[in-house]
Design a protein around this ligand. Structure first.
Ligand code: ZN
Length: 205
């Protein structure tokens, strides 16, 4: 076997390509974000995301547009149904002030197991701006998913990341955090104060 110079350059270039993050998006807010984020009351939020059978450049392009829209709205998580796209794609970045931390891109995420322990934590949502209320969820989860290159992965998550993933996976099933708020009177008050209607909540008993 003979390794030509051109061949080794090609190999190096290929290696660099593989090591480069597949998705790189500026965290600076943009004036005209690529995607509109729909608000509580819009039916699209209730449409579940479909399983993605092939992770290709169109999915990576969607994730990039979702990230740019999320950063512009100063959010830390966004699911495809929030931008009216019925696909199981979600993006998360808990470090939006740091330009170099890579975001999480989760495709077909699925909760495999949850902890018995639970936490109460205040949540908010880009689809329900201004409303922040306590939600009870498992403290930690184990998930399976595919990354932006389609590689199967598993991950344990607790704290804010675990919370955020659970919130976003709910979106993929047409569920909003207000559906899980236990304090009904407070929820009604907060929704009204922010221009939303309680009739758009689908309480999970
Ligand atoms: Zn949300």
């Amino acid at each position: 076997m003979r390794v030509t110079l051109a061949g080794s350059f090609a190999q190096l270039a290929k290696k660099a390509e593989q090591e480069k993050p597949a998705i790189s998006v500026s965290k600076e807010p943009v004036k005209n974000p690529p995607l509109e984020i729909y608000k509580l009351g819009n039916q699209v939020l209730r449409n579940p995301g479909h399983h993605i059978s092939k992770v290709d450049s169109s999915i990576r392009d969607l994730a990039k547009k979702m990230l740019a829209s999320m950063y512009s709205a100063k959010g830390i998580g966004l699911a495809a149904p929030q931008v009216g796209i019925e696909k199981q794609v979600l993006v998360i970045d808990l470090d939006i002030e740091n330009p170099t931390t890579p975001p999480h891109v989760l495709i077909n995420p699925k909760i495999i197991s949850t902890s018995a322990s639970i936490d109460t934590y205040e949540e908010g949502c880009l689809s329900i701006p201004g409303v922040y209320l306590d939600v009870i969820r498992p403290s930690s989860i184990k998930i399976s998913f595919r990354d932006e290159m389609g590689r199967p992965k598993k991950m344990n998550a607790d704290g804010l990341l675990g919370r955020c993933i659970q919130h976003e996976i709910d979106h993929l099933n047409g569920i909003l955090f207000v559906d899980r708020v236990a304090e009904e009177e407070l929820l009604k008050k907060e929704l009204q104060a922010n221009g939303f209607s309680y009739k758009d909540v689908q309480t999970i008993k």
